[in-house]
Design a protein around this ligand. Structure first.
Ligand code: FES
Length: 103
């Protein structure tokens, strides 16, 4: 089980727990504002863009080539950007904070 806290663009903090699934699914299930998941998680929309807390970034794995290409197109990209649908939740991510990139 991992407890993950989402911080929205308006500063709202939403804590959620899951033992598997993707960050995007967890955000959608908990009505996190700014995470739309429009493409359903197939890495083709960037409406699940998040900034991972720096010390957890390496635990989320590296973005794949398609994900990296998609992120390049997003205005809010940072060195800690990931597409939430491409991050699988594991126990290692327990305690992580992520900032929603889009409003
Ligand atoms: S839900 Fe579309 S890229 Fe993640």
């Amino acid at each position: 089980m991992a407890k993950i806290t989402f911080i929205t663009q308006s500063g709202e903090s939403i804590a959620a727990e899951a033992k598997d699934g993707s960050l995007m699914e967890l955000a959608k299930n908990n009505n996190v504002s700014g995470i739309e998941g429009e493409c359903g998680g197939v890495c083709s929309c960037t409406t699940c863009h998040v900034h991972i807390e720096a010390n957890y970034y390496s635990k989320t794995g590296a973005p794949g080539d398609i994900e990296a290409d998609m992120l390049e197109l997003d205005d809010h990209v940072s060195e800690y950007s990931r597409l939430g649908c491409q991050v699988q939740i594991t126990a290692e991510l327990d305690g992580m904070m992520v900032h929603v990139a889009n409003e």
